[in-house]
Design a binder for this molecule. Structure first.
Ligand code: BGC
Length: 908
């Protein structure tokens, strides 16, 4: 029975039932028909509200019933009215039939898009044989406020609560609130919170740029009296109860609000409500709040009805106009921070009288919701920690100066439910004191809070330890996305350290949809860049130095490059080209004889040292080489030639400076020192074997297959081993459970990754949720599942699936939702048989490399029921499988078009 046919029939049926297919347009069913595109995105976002890119880019995912299909042409329609798009009229833009295989990064090319307007769009495509799909379901996007002059609002400050009443004389047909703050805000209309964002807006270099969010508030406003209420939070402004100035201030000392609500009433009348001195302000139940310190909330100070119309605020003070920010106001175009999950604690203990310690079983960022009943004025204190002492009491030594606690004071009326608004903690344990009576498991509920990026990757294996490491990587990564990628989420730091960001970026992009997030972060880097080209160790810049350590500053070119590789984003290269060039020219100005030596951190937190200069110089080469490649992509052959030549000079100087040609070791011969030049193929050809051999010797014999690198070296170690045909060794290292290893953390109870290979729990630097070692996650997808982007087809247009079948691993299941659709690779290995199921999206093609056991002599490969390889040669005739050849190492490489394939290799 042909199971693929069955599957497609099912797919078509399922789509019809779920409404995924438009039933009005003619749809070609049966074999060979192109299905309506799905997964429509605008600027990487689904139906975004409030964007300010004037030529937004579109992307869609193609579907087709047959294999080996692609798009030969597309047509995009954009309309200003929903009814127009429903009738297939693109009154804003009708691209016409465009002969192109681009299904991502397609820039809008119609009439100018108007501020504040909603647009509707759809797309259809022609497959390779010229058959047309139905139009997709319509999607939409809405422009933000495009001109500074459209902002009539003034920055205001005051106490924690701000309010304003407004009377609307007609029915509201459309209303949008544009809001931002220095610090955090919560917007409320007529008694209810607006939207699901928390800890908004995203953190930026406020004097340069502030991001506003756009909310559709049509349904919340009504004819007659309306109340707007805003609660303001201090955000990053205080630490340990004092203004947080270390070493740089957060660019504001007290919170401020900028808000504008544009309202259209029936009959066309327009009303605008803005923040200005007519607003009233007073204190409220939040007594103090800080990202680091937590919140003190006295519910006795709540002011019932303050955010409702008709409230008497005559005793409130007028709000003050404050300086706020003179920076650019940009639309916040990335997923907001949200409460993304909630779960109950696993256990509660009572290690001392009146002290209750809750264990959530998972280290995460967020807060807890408290349920409590008791006398008025009782004070419940919640203190957060990652660790507990043997006594069962919480251990907070590693969170340093952060107070990381929430205090709730009861009003004494029935069951009270509290959760904080303007803070987040990194924790697994919560200590509760002051609870009236005995708290139960139901008294607390964990709330996971971070930037709500979509999960796009799945990786599972037959090896439990790898699955747990993957779990730790994902939790550590996600819970360190707080509008910037942070180093940690618990102590008095939580900064956008660039070194951590660059080593984890690939892993993050494979596990989550990071496109909009990194687009924003790269702009933050661009914003922080000095006229001299320098960038900073952290972005926004609060910790560390300017200029950044080169291994940190490299986040600028590397993130741009990864955006191009993973998402096919050329615009980010264009927009940053001058910035990147300036940055590289700065590095060049610091280099002597083509060697860049300055370094602060080098291979940070390594076990064996590597000279910082070697690490810096490696990145100097990397950055210059990337710039040459970027110049090439952007069609600038002159720059490409200049920087390629410079790269060669740097490589020669690097080898001259660090390579001992007698021993075949770089510098100290540490794992990192030998790995880095191998990774970028900087090693002179005649020395590669020796350098590789030294690395092998150091790993296997000197360290019994354990790492001694820091977080820089480990990023490159695994791919270097795989490239050298040593995936078995890489796997041994990855699955170790003794010190130092990932498994050692797991064996010691880690549920996220640690900052150090060592197990520490004292006051020294030892965060237990630090994503930076998580770079190995990229190797899981790229080597064990074997899913790779080919350089000639960025954004997964050209794919290479080359799984590493290693040691006792019997199965791997990898899947990535790419910009072009799902790519998956699942294999099983049993004696004599390797099966490999893959999925290649429409409009992509792939090389599929099926390894064979070394003992196997004669192999046969089937795809479904057809033989595609036998007697040492390709057997043609199977749809989608166009070629095959044996590789030097015995594996067999197939060339396939889009579709799902089930390969089965058997041998004797
Ligand atoms: C951070 C690191 C960071 C490092 C730079 C630490 O405090 O937590 O992750 O990269 O400083 O030295």
């Amino acid at each position: 029975m042909c199971n693929s046919k069955l599957r497609y029939t099912f797919l078509v049926l399922a789509l019809c039932v779920s409404g995924g297919l438009s039933l009005t347009a003619p749809v070609v069913f049966g074999a060979g028909g192109p299905l309506a595109p799905a997964g429509l995105r605008c600027e990487y976002l689904k139906d975004p509200v409030g964007i300010d890119v004037r030529q937004p880019r579109f992307a869609w995912v193609l579907r087709h019933a047959a294999r080996a299909q692609r798009q030969s042409a597309y047509q995009v329609l954009v309309a200003a009215r929903r009814s127009a798009i429903e009738e297939n009229q693109g009154d804003q833009w009708d691209s016409g039939k465009v002969t192109s295989d681009n299904s991502t990064q397609v820039a809008y090319g119609g009439k100018p898009l108007a501020s504040g307007r909603t647009y509707y769009w759809k797309i259809r495509y022609w497959d390779k044989d010229g058959s047309t799909s139905a139009y997709s379901q319509p999607a939409q996007f809405e422009m933000g406020l495009l001109g500074r002059e459209e902002w009539k609002a003034q920055w205001i400050g005051g106490n924690r609560l701000l309010r304003k009443e407004t009377n609307l004389t007609g029915r509201v047909v459309r209303a949008r609130a544009y809001v931002t703050a220095l610090g955090y805000y919560e917007l409320r209309i007529n008694g209810a919170k607006v939207g699901a964002n928390v800890l908004d807006p995203a953190w930026t270099t406020y004097p340069k740029r502030v991001l506003y969010s756009t909310y559709d508030v049509t349904a919340q406003l009504k004819q007659g009296a309306n109340a707007l209420g805003v609660m303001l939070g201090g955000g990053w402004a205080t630490l340990a109860g004092k203004p947080s100035t270390y070493p740089f201030p957060p660019y504001y000392s007290s919170p401020a609000l900028l808000l504008q609500v544009n309202i259209e009433l029936e009959g066309g009348k327009k009303v605008t409500v803005v923040s200005d001195p007519s607003w009233k302000t007073t204190g409220g139940p939040i007594v103090s709040d800080s990202v680091y310190d937590g919140e003190v909330y006295d519910s006795r100070l709540e002011i019932p009805g303050w955010d409702q119309p008709g409230f008497d605020a005559s005793r409130w003070d007028p709000a003050k106009v404050v300086e706020g920010s003179n920076g650019i106001l940009s639309a916040q175009m990335m997923p907001p921070i949200q409460v993304v999950d909630a779960f109950p604690p696993l256990a509660v203990t009572n290690p001392a009288p009146g002290v209750y310690v809750y264990d959530f079983g998972q280290n995460f960022s967020g807060w807890v919701q408290l349920r409590v009943k008791g006398p008025r004025g009782s004070e419940v204190k919640l203190r957060f920690s990652e660790l507990v002492y043997d006594t069962g009491m919480i251990n907070r030594e590693n969170i340093r100066a952060a107070k990381s606690r929430d205090i709730y004071i009861l009003r004494g009326e029935g069951t009270e439910v509290y959760e904080p608004r303007f803070t987040y903690h990194g924790f697994r344990y919560v200590e509760v004191t002051g609870y009236p009576g005995t708290p139960s498991l139901d008294s607390l509920r964990g709330k996971v809070v971070h930037t709500a990026v979509e999960s796009t990757g799945k990786f599972e294996t037959s090896k439990q330890i790898l699955n747990q490491i993957q779990h730790n990587i994902r939790w550590g990564q996600a819970t360190n996305l707080h509008s910037v990628p942070t180093d940690c989420d618990q102590r008095d730091e939580r900064q956008g350290w660039m070194g951590d960001a660059q080593v984890t970026a690939e892993e993050a992009m494979l596990n989550f949809d990071m496109a909009a997030f990194y687009t924003n972060f790269v702009r933050n880097i661009h914003d922080i860049q000095g006229d001299d080209g320098t960038v900073t160790d952290t972005v926004p810049h609060r910790y560390g130095s300017r200029p950044a350590d080169p291994a940190w500053g490299t986040a600028y070119p590397l993130l741009c490059w990864y955006m191009y590789q993973q998402y096919g984003d050329k615009r980010i290269l264009e927009e940053n080209y001058e910035g990147l060039k300036k940055y590289i020219e700065f590095l060049r100005s610091k280099a002597q004889d083509n060697v860049l030596r300055y370094s602060y951190y080098g291979d940070w937190v390594s076990i064996e040292p590597t000279p910082g200069a070697l690490v810096s110089d490696f990145y100097y080469y990397y950055d210059v080489d990337l710039l040459a490649k970027i110049a090439d992509v952007l069609g600038n052959p002159a720059d490409s030639a200049t920087y390629s030549q410079l790269a060669v000079q740097i490589k020669d100087a690097f080898n001259h400076e660090f390579l001992n040609t007698r021993t075949g070791n770089y510098a100290t011969g540490s794992q990192t020192a030998n790995t880095l030049p191998l990774f970028l193929e900087m090693v002179p050809k005649d020395q590669r074997g020796q350098v590789g051999g030294n690395l092998f010797y150091d790993l296997v014999y000197a360290h019994d297959s354990h790492v001694t690198t820091g977080f820089i070296g480990v990023k490159y170690l695994f791919p270097v081993l795989t490239r050298r045909g040593l995936s078995d060794l890489a796997y041994d290292i990855a699955t170790q459970t003794t010190f130092p290893s990932y498994g050692y953390m797991v064996a010691n109870g880690a549920t996220t990754l640690w900052e150090l290979w060592q197990k520490r729990a004292g006051p020294s630097m030892n965060s237990h949720n630090h994503p930076m070692f998580g770079s190995i996650g990229a190797w899981f997808y790229q080597a064990l599942a074997g899913i790779n982007v080919e350089p000639e087809g960025v954004g997964y247009q050209r794919i290479r699936i080359a799984p590493q079948v290693v040691r006792d691993l019997t199965s791997v299941n990898g899947k990535i939702e790419t910009v072009r659709g799902a790519v998956s690779s699942s294999w099983t290995h049993s004696p004599d048989t390797i099966t490999l199921d893959v999925e290649i999206p429409v409009n992509s093609s792939a090389k599929i490399v099926i390894p064979k056991d070394t003992e196997m002599t004669e192999v046969t490969v089937r795809e479904g029921n057809n033989i595609v390889w036998g007697k040492d040669r390709f057997v043609p005739g199977t749809p989608g499988v166009t070629a095959a050849e044996a590789q030097k190492n015995g594996s067999i490489q197939f060339e396939v078009g889009s579709g799902r394939y089930s390969f089965r290799l058997t041998g004797e």
